[in-house]
Write a protein that binds this ligand. Sequence first.
Ligand code: GLN
Length: 575
Amino acid sequence: MENGNTAVARPGHPKGLWVLFGTEMWERFNFYGMRALLTLFMVNSLLMQEAEASIIYGGFLALCYLTPLLGGFIADRYLGNRSCILIGGTLMAIGQLMLFFSASSFGANMGLAKSLMWVALFIIIFGNGFFKPNISSMVGSLYPKQEKTKLDSAFTIFYMGINLGAFLGQLICPLLGDVKSVDGIRDIHAFKWGFLAASVAMVIGTLVFLFLKDKYVVTPEGRPIGGLPKNNTAEDFEEGEAQTAKFSSKSIGIAIALFAGLFIVFQYLLIDKIGFSGLAMAETIKGIIYPIIYAAGISLAFLIVSDTSLTKVERDRIFVIYIISFFVIFFWAAFEQAGSSLTFIADNQTDRHIFGWNMPPSMVQIFNGIFVVMLAVPFSMLWDRLRNRGKEPISPMKQSFGLILMALSYFIIAHNVKSLGNDGLLAVKWLILLYFIQTCGELCLSPIGLSLVGKLSPKRFASLLYGVFFISNAAGYALAGTLGAILPATGDKFKKASELGIDLQGVLDNKIILTAGQAKILSDAQLPVSYPTFAGFTIHNLFEFFMVFVVLCGIAAVILFSLTPWLKKMMHGIR
Ligand code: GLN
């Protein structure tokens, strides 16, 4: 039944989109600004090893994308999107402030600084969980049924907001927080200003939403969107559609058992598979948090399809979401090297001069945001043009393009680092090219995926399915942590070791047997004593490291591409 006064599509986009754009922009400023600094802060101020920082970073990001499930659930059942966005924004602002305190206290009291950091990350994880799914699903809710065709372009605009924020955060926070003197010595006390800027950005974002939501984030008839769930009316649902998800206690029981079983299996597979021990927190994250993420994603996916009210078409479409969710894991695992290994490479083995200016290492990742803002509209025009000619690829095919571009970006850089050896510097232009190609891939995959989940999900499962989709991002980030930790020693490490009188190459190649004293010197200097390994392969150098991503994303791309005709059928008319 079409409701008379809402049946006509309005021209253009509703003003509420711009409010969500602005809110998300400031929130992503806070998130990505912090992300630029976090691993460098851990290594330089809190004196962690790079591998340890990568694992913690992967675990942190992964949890940031697991909690959206909780945030989505609480919004759908109890609080509504609006309140959850305000709670999430406030939590994240507090978390960033705690990072500021951590970065203010580390010299005098390392124990306190580390504890503050854990608390801060914990708060940010929950803040993001409340914020992220709710703002994304509100974008979808702004458009009544007859305007759903605008969703792709709405998400493109929203995605630009995300990346404008990322760009600003990765500009301002590194300028304030990642400060090096002319002779390259880092001011390890500066990080705090970057974290403070992130906190201020989050306060601004929360206020933007608080003051503008009632006026603009409304339906065409002026009803608030994202209010308390008990105020939802039948108009918010498709005709004949069940309004809430109902799971039998049997399927909930099976899902819980499945979760427990999978947790044990993943724990068995993950623990001690990468060769560094004694890093207590990193081990905990690998052994507990990563298995939780992987197991949660699969058991939730099971729970949703066990719902008996699902029709065959709904179920098929949900399976498409699952298949896509699996493949994007490899994309995000490769993409999220930006905040860890690629930043370490930018810091330690890159000539970062650009137009005569030596940019801070944490700022190199800014090119992703810049390129998204530049390319999002051209990409969406490209899809429009192809659509008009009847040649637009279906969404899963676009996602396979995303994966292939990711593989290509690493393939090019892998060949550029081949001749560097242990003391050569990588020209920053190669990292910029890498981010350019990755961004093209991201634009084929990420906004398309967000919009596709919105289109394929039955409304009563929308938040939960966004939850599954975000968990797959989380799984990607967990894998990113594991893979970031296999970054082999870069040139600066060999130099540092030789300044300490130790031939690191000899140590790594097992040609030198370390004395206990030398081993301690290396560990105090945060230097590795063996080559990292992954899946039975030893990673000797940057070339091999980058090729891991080429292989993973390349294989994923080919398989996804070959599945597209079948997926097209399962989508039943949705593209
Ligand atoms: N960069 C995008 C964002 O921050 C996408 C991240 C993701 O979906 N994993 O929203």
